[in-house]
Design a protein around this ligand. Structure first.
Ligand code: MN
Length: 608
């Protein structure tokens, strides 16, 4: 026997060879690849325990040790022939991308360059979340129940790690076998590489829009930017909180995004549970990001951060988030370094140099108003187009959602007509969409802030059979309530005429049951529709009057009518009224202290 020192002779030279991994087989070989081979006693060589080969020029090669060989012939099932290449060589250190791991790799060992992004001590093992820019995996290490393994390894460290892949409840996780921390300059290098990979991976694929629209054409760079921020959050395992207005438009947009996001979270983590840990959808009753909501989101996120080392979330605001009323909540999020992406169509106030009031505080914002568009291009339509850039495999499940969003928000633009055509091609008639919209409203009323992922998803068509059943169960019940409510409205509604305009008044808070369906906003809408239908072609403005609020609806014949302008005027005229509110030009609400109700009503009656 010769000593091993002969074998390990490696001088820096140009020849680079690979090492066949222990789990790889003949099927992983290709011709003219250089490998390191071990010489066996009978002048065969082995590339690993699975693959042995004959050597063409075996007379030239040493009796034992390791040599470089070139693969010359592969004939299945068992025959590989190679050529011995004399000379010194270097074995390329092969590492793997986390993003390439699949459930088929369970039991295999890998070497990865990665960053420790999260350390979480459980009552059992210590969990290290490892991220390399292509994907992330949880690396477990166990030294004793609740005992910190590898105490020298912290969040933010850049390492080269040996891991073995395991399965847990159908998901992929890794055993962290050993690691080496990289020195400063290599750490920096890897950190930059991870950032670059993340950026490349997050770059959305270009897809054509579902419809022809000037608004969409102009918004494309912003849509891509928003989609990229969402994808980046998924790649970095940043928790996503999707906040949306709890109306049909908001639900449609949120579900479109949810259907794009969840498969990517699964793909990224190989962990079924991640869709519950890294993503949460939350409806908001108000048409803006309320203090109550942001406080909840921040409180839970900060707890998760302290307890599990989670990142601050990406807050994704849909059909919400674009107005001045959102500013406080948004600023609060920024204090805690949450990321914020807004997809909204509510009137954002004056746009100065292409920027709105929220622009400086959000990470990405897309709204039709930014390119001279209109609120009729709704958030649900916009969010669906964004969803397709986030995940272009999402199409089949979202094609009818923009039309549903438009039905919900009573959109009348040419974009809506095009989306409606698409929905029809997929079996959704206008009547059926209207029925679904009514049901979503009804469900939203009782769900309030509850996510109810499965049922909402079914109602919005994830399970078409269940969708039909839900709709046919709910519609008769809702219609019965509407009929009863309509009798009440007809009796109590008052209309008067002023300068060719019909003004409708209804004490909306007094003609419905508090907390029940239909709610005051809907009751006002019903009164408005009723009066409009009796006065076709005429301008109608409806005021739903409450003790400390006004709900306003105006039809299309009211040119130059804007609820938001009215609010600004009221604020000026009645500074002691605590006046606020907002919404769309022709549909919104005004809040004030009860003491100024008569003054507000008086001003509104005289000035509309
Ligand atoms: Mn909307």
């Amino acid at each position: 026997m010769k000593t091993d020192s002969v074998i390990k002779l490696k001088v820096k030279l140009n020849m680079k060879v690979k090492k066949l991994k222990h789990f790889e087989t003949m099927a992983d070989l290709s011709l003219n690849q250089l490998f390191e081979a071990k010489i066996l006693p009978n002048k065969l060589v082995s590339l690993n325990k699975n693959v042995k080969c004959k050597v063409k020029n075996k007379g030239d090669m040493p009796n034992d040790g390791f040599i470089a060989v070139n693969i010359r012939k592969i004939s299945l099932p068992m025959n590989v022939e190679c050529e011995y290449i004399p000379g010194d060589y270097d074995v390329e250190e092969e590492t793997d991308d986390i993003g390439s791991f699949t459930l088929e790799d369970i039991g295999k060992k890998f070497k990865i360059y990665c960053k420790v992004v999260q350390v979480n001590q459980t009552s059992g093992p210590t969990l290290f979340t490892l991220f390399d820019g292509t994907g992330s995996v949880v690396g477990k290490a166990f030294v004793g129940p609740g005992k910190r393994a590898f105490p020298e390894l912290d969040g933010g460290d850049l390492i080269i790690a040996d891991v073995e892949l395991r399965e847990r409840d159908g998901s992929l996780e890794a055993e962290l076998l050993k690691f080496k921390k990289l020195d400063d300059s290599r750490s920096r290098q890897l950190d930059n590489k991870i950032d670059r990979l993340k950026d490349e991976k997050a770059m959305p694929k270009d897809v054509p829009f579902l419809i022809k629209s000037e608004i969409l054409g102009k918004l494309k760079p912003k849509i891509i930017y928003v989609a990229k921020e969402i994808k980046k959050a998924i790649i970095e395992k940043r928790p996503i909180i999707l906040r949306h207005h709890a109306d049909v438009d908001g639900y449609a947009g949120a579900i479109a995004l949810e259907r794009a996001i969840l498969p990517l979270i699964l793909e990224q983590t190989n962990d079924e549970k991640a869709q519950w840990i890294n993503y949460k959808r939350a409806p908001s009753k108000a048409p803006f990001y309320e203090l109550l909501d942001v406080t909840k989101d921040l409180a839970f996120s900060l707890t998760d951060m302290a307890r599990h080392g989670a990142k601050m979330p990406l807050v994704l605001l849909v059909d919400n988030g674009g107005t001045e009323e959102d500013l406080l909540a948004i600023k609060k999020c920024k204090i805690y370094d949450a990321k914020i992406v807004v997809i909204d169509h509510h009137y954002p106030g004056k746009i100065v140099d292409g920027k709105t009031k929220i622009d400086p505080y959000v990470d990405a914002y897309v709204s039709p108003h930014l390119v001279g568009g209109y609120a009729d291009y709704t958030a649900g339509m916009l969010a669906t187009e964004v969803a397709r850039f986030v995940n272009n495999a999402v199409d089949d499940n979202v094609l009818y959602l923009p039309a549903l969003a438009g039905v919900g928000d009573r959109s009348k633009c040419s974009e809506f007509e095009q989306y409606l055509d698409i929905a029809k091609q997929h079996g959704y008639t206008l009547d059926y969409l209207k029925d679904i919209a009514i049901c979503v409203d009804f469900e939203a009323h009782y769900l309030k802030f509850i996510e109810s992922r499965g049922m909402v998803n079914d109602l919005l068509g994830a399970n078409k059979n269940k969708q039909r059943k839900l709709v046919s169960l709910l519609i008769p019940e809702i219609n019965a309530r509407y009929e009863e409510q309509m009798k009440v409205i007809k009796h109590h509604v008052k209309s008067s005429e002023k300068d060719d305009r019909i003004i409708v008044q209804l004490e909306s808070a007094k003609v419905g049951f508090r907390g029940d369906f239909p709610a005051v906003g809907r009751i006002t809408g019903m009164a408005h529709d009723y009066v409009c239908s009796l006065n076709e072609g005429k301008a109608v403005v409806t005021l739903g009057i409450g003790p400390d609020f006004l709900t306003i609806r105006a039809n299309d014949h009211n040119e130059n009518f804007n609820v938001n302008t009215l609010i600004e005027e009221l604020r000026e005229k009645i500074p002691y009224g605590f006046i606020n509110g907002g919404g769309h030009e022709h549909a919104g609400s005004i809040k004030f202290v009860e003491a100024v109700k008569e003054e507000v009503l008086d001003y509104v009656m005289k000035n509309i």
